[in-house]
Design a binder for this molecule. Structure first.
Ligand code: GLN
Length: 493
């Protein structure tokens, strides 16, 4: 790994602005790292020319003394769920093979407008459905991390933003976009020892982000540090009239607002998150997290989120229901794949969908169609919506007693590829700590806390009040400063 790829976004920005190196040098180092990292399968498309063009523009702007964009010359990877103008966008699915959007998603467009260069599109679980990146039509992403037992078992970087997580952890991008419907930013961040924040639902525009479950989907940044996440989030956030669910509110200056002094804050520890079967190391890290926050000035308080146990089943009704509706548009007529050679239009739809979707996506479409069907709608979908309201109310009540909540991010460290693919329920359990905040639309973040006995990263999870991304970032910063997490995956690829 060359020197510039080890720097944070803040260091690259400041070093570039101060003349220590050119944006061209940064882009060149990153393009080389991306090409040298193909064994990890993090990228589905590489766009070195776009990274170089943005760097060139940044170098010219610097030499002519123009004001530099917030991300001038910073090389980023973009999750393949974001539509990128003229660049293949497939959501990790065969059904979108060859789809080149004529438009740019609002979020990736904002990053571009701030001067960032795109290194390529990042591999992901098909339509963002998965927790291990193994549902991708492009094959799994491999984590740069390995267990310290010398076994060299290929581990998952988590999912669905698995390419995003591996890219940051392996130095194949300075920062990346992710999306989170039920944990897809936070769980991969935890598995790979990086930071990732899912902002409040509506903070980032979903326009041009391929829809999975529209009432839950949110974009967010993943990067090496809390500060880098703050820098990216500030650029990515903001009202967009093209997304009716985007919030028409000013975007706080997250980076300027960073402070790890938590005096006067109360951190809620939800009693229901002590779950059977979670390794003792994860519970121990959680306790350490409480101590770090106490050391930063926060007062721990026990809270109760009584409907937590129902969050996963509720999510696995609502998300597939919305997905089955959103994915109805892939019919072979408008985008990507079309299976010809059949007699009728109906046969063409069926053949295209049978060939284009993978097994997990088909499973979700079937579950979603079932829970929305006439005879079962009230028993499943309406009921799930009611439970969702109760879960949201749990948080509202908890936030009368505390300012933010601390939990582990995931119930385990990264697992081996193939270990959980045959057991969907075991896979779904990955998001047990992440999903309640998704259902409530709250901002939540994973920050690295330490390594387990196998030498694998573990994350701590902070959930904040609606719109309080700043509070979440600040608490994460307090943990980051105290955890002293500097471990990096040893290069083997
Ligand atoms: N792992 C969860 C799922 O499979 C969450 C995915 C996501 O947040 N996109 O649905």
């Amino acid at each position: 790994m060359s020197d510039l790829t080890t720097k944070t976004i803040a260091e690259l920005r400041d070093g570039f602005a101060g003349g220590s190196f050119s944006a061209g040098e940064v882009a060149t180092d990153y393009n080389a790292a991306v090409a040298g990292g193909r064994a990890l399968n993090a990228y589905t498309v590489e766009t070195p020319e776009l990274a170089l063009a943005a760097a060139d523009a940044a170098d010219k702007a610097r030499s002519s003394g123009d004001t530099l964009g917030a991300l001038a010359g910073i090389p980023l990877g973009i999750k393949d769920l974001f539509a990128t103008e003229g660049v293949d966008t497939t959501a990790g699915s065969n059904i979108l093979k060859g789809f080149k959007p004529q438009y740019e998603s609002t979020v990736s467009g904002k990053l571009k407008a701030a001067g960032a260069g795109m290194l390529g599109k990042l591999n992901m679980d098909e339509f963002a459905m998965g927790s291990s990146n193994e549902t991708s039509a492009y094959g799994p992403v491999i984590s740069p991390w390995q267990r310290n037992d010398g076994g060299n078992v290929a581990l998952t970087p988590g999912g669905s933003s698995g390419g995003s997580a591996t890219a940051v952890a392996a130095g194949l991008a300075a920062g990346v976009t992710g999306t989170d419907t039920g944990g897809s930013i936070r769980q991969p961040a935890a598995f790979t020892g990086i930071c990732g924040i899912k902002p409040t639902y509506g903070r980032c525009s979903r326009w041009g982000v391929i829809a999975f479950a529209s009432s839950l989907d949110q974009a967010g940044p993943m990067a090496k540090t809390v500060r880098d996440c703050a820098i990216m989030l500030e650029v990515m956030s903001g009202y967009d009239k093209k997304d009716s669910t985007s919030l028409n509110l000013p975007v706080p200056r997250y980076e300027a607002g960073l402070s790890s002094n938590l005096k006067g804050k109360r951190v809620g520890i939800p009693r229901e998150y002590r779950i059977d079967g979670v390794p003792a190391e994860i519970d121990a890290l959680w306790d350490k997290g409480v101590e770090w926050l106490r050391d930063a000035g926060a007062e721990p308080v026990e809270i109760s989120l009584p409907h937590t146990a129902h969050a996963l089943p509720t999510y696995y009704i609502i998300a597939p229901a919305e997905a089955s509706s959103n994915l109805a548009r892939y019919d072979g007529v408008r985008y990507g794949l079309r299976e010809d050679g059949v007699k009728t239009l109906d046969d063409m739809y069926a053949a295209t969908r049978a060939a284009g979707f993978g097994a997990e996506v088909k499973r979700r479409i079937m579950i979603g169609t079932y829970v929305l069907s006439a005879g079962f709608y009230d028993a499943y979908f309406t009921k799930a919506q009611k439970v969702r309201t109760l879960i949201k109310r749990d948080f509202t009540e908890a936030f009368e007693k505390c300012d933010f909540i601390l939990t582990p991010t995931a119930p385990s460290a990264a697992f081996g590829l193939k270990e959980k693919m045959s057991d969907p329920l075991a896979m779904y359990l990955n998001d047990v700590f992440a999903v309640p905040a998704s259902l409530a639309g709250l901002p939540a973040m994973s920050v690295p806390g330490g390594l387990d006995a196998q030498g694998l990263p573990l994350g701590l999870h902070l959930i904040g009040r609606e719109l309080d991304e700043q509070g979440v970032l600040n608490a994460a910063l307090a943990i980051e400063e105290r955890a002293g997490f500097t471990a990096k995956a040893e290069k083997w690829w």
